[in-house]
Design a protein around this ligand. Structure first.
Ligand SMILES: [Zn+2]
Ligand SMILES: [Zn+2]
Ligand SMILES: [Zn+2]
Length: 467
């Protein structure tokens, strides 16, 4: 159990006016361990402020990196919005202790949340888990959402400040980590925006240009198409330009009245480089950051959400362990990865489309109350996933195949089994699972499944969407 002393740690080049509740620490050789027991940290703005914040946030212990952190700065107007996000607040012109007394309620709340957090066991396979835990603990301590912020100095155009503070210099890793949190069902959110990123360097600084499909030049102009009724000639506006007015280049007649002599049926594009006349320009992109060309379809599309912690996120933040059935399954089940699974199903779609003699199915198998179960059972989930794996394996063997789409969803490819046969297997699986699991646990798992019989006309993605 963490105990905090009734004191504020003040990090500055010079000590403050004497106050028994404020201890001074030198900014020059600051060590985060020094402030472990303090209620809050006040950092005096100086040329090393960023490094000191990075040291605090870089500490592996939640007691330190989650500690309330305020910045004393005389002209707070200069701080970019993004910098403010890594601080609890910025103030100036007040006595340090009186300021903290004004924030007492906030400081106490954050500290009581820090005190709830159990010492974390480092049992995870990768460092993504350590960082993920840091982020969810930070969000939990502040009850704050994980929201993307527009930031023009980042090459991605957006940042998640609550994640970004844990990475040095705006690494793309932060978006990968957000994805990881989402995949592990620790966060859930509402859609905010979708961005296009360079498929070479991830930059959002991309120029979209309409180009000539023949020579790829962006030097094209849009013009009206003119149709001369009497001779039938059709060409762009510029073909008819003459000092006397509009003259038809074919029959040399003067065009006077729109709707009587001629009309403008549509618009066309003319390439100034190769004189090509085209109806529909192509779209090419150029990354301003790395200079590589691409097309819109090949760019990375990243959806941004305003996230909050799920029940599982909260229980993981407190327990210090991120439970993932996926990780457990991987130890117990003979999985193939999703891309391999997709290749098998696509081959089968082609085979059935061509010969149409046999039937095969894809089953999406779901744990409906996954988040509640994981939040409720915590450590017992290892046992649970072993049971699940055993039952699944006893019914689904080679040549069938198993993959996992995410934590809640398993995918089965059932070769040579149509919808009815697949239904029989799934009913048996669920009944076996219910019998075994209900003996051991109080909150029962709710399973559901969807059988998709392959017709040969679908795509792999449509199959996944129907589940
Ligand atoms: Zn051209
Ligand atoms: Zn004419
Ligand atoms: Zn680029």
């Amino acid at each position: 159990m963490v105990r905090f002393i009734e004191k504020i740690a003040y990090i500055a080049e010079r000590p403050p006016a004497g106050n028994e509740h404020v201890d001074h620490f030198s900014a020059a050789d600051f060590d985060p361990e020094q402030v472990r027991e303090y209620r809050a940290i006040v950092l005096r703005f100086n040329k090393n402020s960023r490094d000191i914040i990075a040291k605090i946030k870089g500490n592996p212990d939640s007691i330190i990196y989650c500690k309330p952190l305020f910045l004393e700065k005389d002209d707070p107007g200069e701080m970019p919005a993004y910098d403010k996000e890594s601080l609890d607040d910025i103030f100036s012109g007040q006595d340090i202790y009186s300021y903290c007394q004004g924030e007492k309620e906030y400081i106490d709340k954050v500290n009581s949340r820090i005190a709830e957090m159990q010492a974390s066991e480092t049992t995870h396979l990768s460092s993504s888990y350590d960082l993920a835990l840091k982020v969810i603990r930070y969000l939990y301590s502040r009850e704050m959402p994980l929201k993307p912020v527009r930031f023009h100095k980042s090459i991605y155009g957006y940042l998640y400040p609550a994640v970004d503070i844990f990475f040095p210099n705006n690494s793309y890793q932060e978006f990968i980590l957000v994805d990881f949190l989402k995949n592990k069902n620790l966060i859930d959110g509402e859609f905010i925006d979708k961005i296009h990123l360079c498929n070479h360097c991830h930059s959002a600084y991309i120029n979209f240009r309409e180009t000539c499909p023949a020579c790829s030049s962006a030097d094209i102009n849009e013009e009206d198409l003119i149709h001369h009724f009497s001779c039938g000639y059709m060409g762009p506006d510029s073909d008819f330009a003459d000092s006397q007015g509009m003259v038809c280049p074919k029959c040399k007649h003067l065009l006077k009245h729109l709707g009587v002599d001629y009309d403008r049926p549509s618009e066309v594009f003319i390439c100034n480089q190769c004189s090509n006349i085209l109806q529909e320009p192509a779209v090419h992109t150029l990354c301003i950051h790395c200079g590589k060309p691409s097309i819109p379809e090949n760019l990375f599309h990243l959806k941004l959400y305003n996230y909050h912690l799920t029940a599982l996120g909260i229980s993981s933040a407190i327990s210090g362990v991120i439970y993932s059935i996926q990780e457990e399954y991987a130890k117990n089940l003979d999985f193939i990865d999703l891309s391999h699974f997709k290749a098998i199903v696509e081959l089968e779609i082609e085979r059935i489309g061509k010969y149409g003699k046999s039937k095969s199915s894809v089953v999406v198998f779901m744990i409906n109350n996954y988040i509640d179960v994981m939040a409720y059972y915590g450590k017992k989930v290892t046992q649970l996933s072993q049971e699940l794996a055993r039952q699944v394996e006893s019914l689904i063997e080679v040549p069938h195949a198993i993959a996992h789409q995410n934590d809640e969803r398993l995918l089965f490819f059932l070769a040579e089994l149509g919808k009815n046969d697949s239904d029989v297997i799934m009913k048996k699986l669920i009944s076996n699972l219910n019998n075994i699991i209900s003996e051991n646990i109080n909150l029962p798992l709710e399973f559901s499944y969807h059988v998709y019989e392959i017709t040969g006309r679908e795509s792999f993605d449509t199959i996944l969407q129907t589940g």
